[in-house]
Write a protein that binds this ligand. Structure first.
Ligand SMILES: [Zn+2]
Length: 161
């Protein structure tokens, strides 16, 4: 719970339970929203008006999808991954497909998120992978399906080694 009273976060019992299962604390969620609102670094869904933002305070990246209702923030979902999704080189090296990825727009750049081949750096390797991203600032969107699916599997595989 927030003790500074700055942020009022609401969510349904279903979402609360999902966060519990994923071991995501309310503190983590609040930190993501505070950072996104403070910096403007977030995505906006043009269809739903929801925001998506991420933050990596320590060894885990947290993603929160939320909307603003007056003074309150409603959390629709949250997920996390440990793998660092860091792009290598500049966005100019990315191969664009021109295909829009959902209805997400980068709040800071004001341009749609596009499917493109970004160059991800993981440990000592660089590998190209097709992901939705902002060509302007390089914001890479790891969606819930990817984070809880393939990324979680890859993390597990690395741990089992
Ligand atoms: Zn951007």
């Amino acid at each position: 719970m927030s003790d500074d009273g700055q942020l009022q976060v609401q969510m349904t019992d279903e979402v609360r339970q999902l966060l519990q299962e994923r071991m995501i604390l309310l503190d983590d969620v609040e930190r993501v929203i505070l950072q996104a609102e403070g910096t403007g670094r977030k995505l906006i869904n043009q269809a739903t008006g929801r925001f998506l933002a991420s933050l990596r305070p320590k060894a885990v990246t947290f993603w929160v999808e939320y909307s603003r209702e007056g003074e309150e923030y409603r959390v629709h979902t949250a997920y996390s991954h440990r793998m660092v999704m860091k792009s290598s080189g500049t966005t100019a090296e990315w191969e664009k497909t021109g295909k829009a990825a959902g209805d997400w727009t980068c709040n800071q750049c004001g341009i749609p998120i596009e499917e493109q081949t970004v160059r991800l750096q993981y440990m000592q390797s660089i590998f190209p992978i097709k992901l939705p991203a902002c060509s302007g600032c390089g914001f890479i969107l790891i969606d819930e399906e990817l984070a809880t699916g393939k990324v979680a599997e890859a993390e597990q595989a690395l741990e089992d080694k």
